[in-house]
Design a protein around this ligand. Structure first.
Ligand code: GAL
Length: 348
């Protein structure tokens, strides 16, 4: 037990020294006695994921802003390092550390049983976020919640963006065959955002009257360097044929740009590249024009919703104001980002 706890604390120290997070801050309510510290545990599936590390940075800022506002809270953050087994152990540590709400970014969204069982046994509510478990699992207990976004909407917005770009400039259909030859860079196999984004982005283009041809497809696990490798292979194979790259997130879109850059292919000879997320690096690429556009995945809104819901569950106050769907879900809307409005999304 001691070894496990040490590992957790080591992680916390590492995260602190990496400047990523938070700790011992306020939750914005004054109903808590001063000598009582409320603990919230957070476990993220992989601290190297760009979107999630930015979400956590914002959560830290949001919690810090509330720090002097009343109740004392310590937020314990763990990195599951892509292992569900490690995350299950972290849940046990959170319980031992006295966490009163656990916020879990599942490693394997199909395997929440251990987390749910442990939480239920100790009567500790769980807020799952970003990696959505199936509804039947969320319904297993009335103290389970989900904070995220509507994956369908992100796919539809990316598809609409592609439609407007190709309608505005027909010369982007380089071979002039009246159809858009596209490749997909997909996130993790089995992740709700990957499956739905790909399907709805393509479906939207077809529904809006743009004929499409699927030229290539590769899974790159949300990861920039994996995407660069996969994109290089597809460029090798299809070269000029590719007119559009639909990436399930900004990091993979940036990996595609890296691949073209590494091959010294000038910007005017590259296809249209689209991402999703609006991370800092993604926004910068939209500003410079390398990325034709992206879709904002509201990390700030999601971080605020997680903290506000955790506070409401602990204090018993304010849950109604959060307007949960079916008493369980908070989903933040996506927004379209192009060079015209990219600046508005910086430092939200
Ligand atoms: C998605 C996000 C990806 C990645 C993934 C991890 O919502 O767009 O960039 O962070 O979540 O679950």
């Amino acid at each position: 037990m001691r070894t496990r706890r040490k590992r957790g604390l080591l992680l916390l120290c590492m995260m602190l020294s990496a400047g990523m997070m938070l700790f011992c801050t306020g939750c914005g309510r004054k109903t808590q006695p001063e000598d009582e510290t409320i603990r919230i545990g957070v476990s993220i599936y992989d601290q190297y994921d760009t979107f999630l590390s930015q979400l956590m940075e914002y959560m830290n800022r949001y919690v810090a802003e509330k720090k002097n506002d009343g109740m004392q809270i310590s937020v314990l953050v763990y990195d599951a390092a892509a292992s569900q087994k490690t995350q299950n152990e972290q849940v046990q540590q959170m319980i031992e550390e006295g966490c009163r709400v656990m916020c879990i970014n599942l490693v394997d969204r199909t395997a929440p049983t251990s987390v749910i069982d442990q939480a239920r046994k100790h009567n500790i509510p769980v807020i799952f976020f970003n990696r959505e478990l199936v509804e039947e699992d969320l319904m297993q207990w009335d103290q389970l919640y989900y904070v995220g976004a509507d994956a369908f909407q992100s796919g539809i917005l990316q598809g609409e963006l592609a439609v407007s770009i190709f309608e505005e400039d027909p010369s982007l259909d380089r071979n002039g065959d009246g159809a858009v030859q596209y490749v997909v860079l997909e996130g993790e196999a089995g992740h709700q955002d990957a499956i739905i984004r790909t399907e709805y982005s393509v479906k939207t283009m077809i529904d809006k009257g743009i004929p499409v041809d699927k030229t290539g497809y590769a899974i790159a696990n949300w990861n920039r360097s994996q995407a660069q490798t996969k994109m290089s292979q597809m460029i090798d194979e299809y070269r000029e044929e590719i007119e559009l790259v639909l990436a399930n997130n900004d990091d993979m879109a940036l990996g595609a740009i890296d691949a073209y850059q590494a091959l010294d292919i000038p910007e005017k000879e590259r296809p249209v590249i689209l991402g999703i997320d609006g991370t800092d690096v993604g926004l910068e690429a939209v500003r410079t024009g390398e990325l034709a556009g992206t879709v904002y995945n509201d990390k700030e809104g999601q971080a605020r919703a997680i903290v506000d819901l955790a506070c409401a569950l602990i204090t018993g106050e304010g849950k109604e104001e959060l307007s949960l769907t079916d008493g369980k879900y908070i989903r933040l809307p996506y927004e379209l980002i192009t060079a015209e409005n990219a600046a508005q999304f910086r430092n939200r």
